[in-house]
Design a protein around this ligand. Structure first.
Ligand code: HBI
Ligand code: FE
Length: 298
């Protein structure tokens, strides 16, 4: 039970701390309950990120953002968001208290419902938070859900997640999601752009992933990615680059079961590993994790 002086997560009914209201973990967004401070936090995040993303985020992200009722002034109301999103790709955003169990998450995605945290981070944790909040989920994910290829890919991930759980290959599949939907880069124009929500919604990592000499940037390869561990608590040591978003569509048409089989027969790879057969866009110098290990703050 939470002490009374601890901040309650937005949207949870009094007396129900930590308990979701519905079996599928959805709750009301309770848009009216956002405070002026909540909207101000959104505004701060929105404005600094909007300045950073042109030229860094892919054109599809920028276009998706433009077409949605998402602006600086207020935390978006999911009802208005869904009017547009539903029409475009048949997706909708549903409100949840934060992280939900894997099977609940997959079930939503398989049915084109994207679970979004309804709470917003506190001003003292603008750059780091453990659970996905409304800024990460809506600003980061929803513009990409306006794209038909990503829309189909994430639905297939939901269906594939339920299957991977039964096969015991959830970690292999989760790596694919991580290195695409969350931290993916793609080729566009004469350079690289970001499309992953984890980087699109992060002030520091949206710069690091493209500008820093530290991380590797390597051509995406499904088998390779299935074997590769990722960092959850810091910048990635490797970003994987797809040709274009349609590359993800190909993965909705193939059976992953034999790929899991092959991937688990090969050794697992550490986040910073580079293999002779990798197609490398940029070979990272690794200065960032090295300095961290030595206790230097950059
Ligand atoms: N729940 N709300 C929410 N958001 C996520 O991104 C999420 C989740 N539960 C499980 C989960 N992600 C991942 O661990 C799976 O993709 C494997
Ligand atoms: Fe996410």
């Amino acid at each position: 039970m939470k002490a009374n002086n601890e901040p309650q997560k937005h949207g949870l009914a009094a007396g129900e701390a930590g308990k979701p209201v519905n079996a599928d973990w959805t709750i009301d967004q309770c848009w009216d309950a956002y405070t002026a401070a909540d909207h101000a936090t959104w505004k701060t995040l929105f404005e600094r990120q909007s300045k950073l993303l042109p030229g860094r985020a892919c054109d599809e992200f920028v276009q998706g953002m433009r077409d949605l009722p998402i602006g600086a002034e207020q935390i978006p109301d999911f009802r208005r968001l869904n009017d547009v999103l539903m029409q475009r790709t048949g997706w909708q955003v549903v409100s949840v208290p934060g992280l939900v169990p894997d099977d609940v998450f997959f079930e939503h995605l398989a049915n084109r419902r994207f679970p979004s945290g309804n709470f917003i981070r506190k001003p003292q944790e603008l750059d780091y938070l453990e659970e996905p909040d409304v800024f990460h989920d809506v600003f980061g994910h929803v513009p990409m859900l306006m794209n038909p290829a990503i829309a189909d890919f994430i639905q297939a991930y939901g269906a594939g997640g339920l299957r991977a759980q039964k096969l015991g290959n959830l970690s292999q599949l989760a790596r694919v999601y991580w290195y695409t939907v969350e931290f993916g880069l793609l080729q566009q124009g004469d350079g690289l752009r970001l499309y992953g929500a984890g980087i699109a919604s992060s002030y520091t990592e949206s710069q690091f992933c493209l500008d820093s000499a530290s991380p590797n940037r390597i051509q995406f390869d499904l088998q390779r990615v299935m074997r590769t561990h990722y960092r959850i608590d810091d910048f990635q040591e490797t970003y994987f680059v797809i040709r274009d978003l349609d590359e993800l569509l190909e993965f909705t048409r193939i059976d992953f079961a034999p790929l899991y089989e092959m991937a688990t027969q090969e050794p697992e790879l550490q986040p910073g590993d580079v293999l002779p057969e990798d197609r490398v866009f940029h070979r990272g110098d690794g200065h960032y994790p090295r300095a961290k290990r030595q206790g230097v703050t950059l």
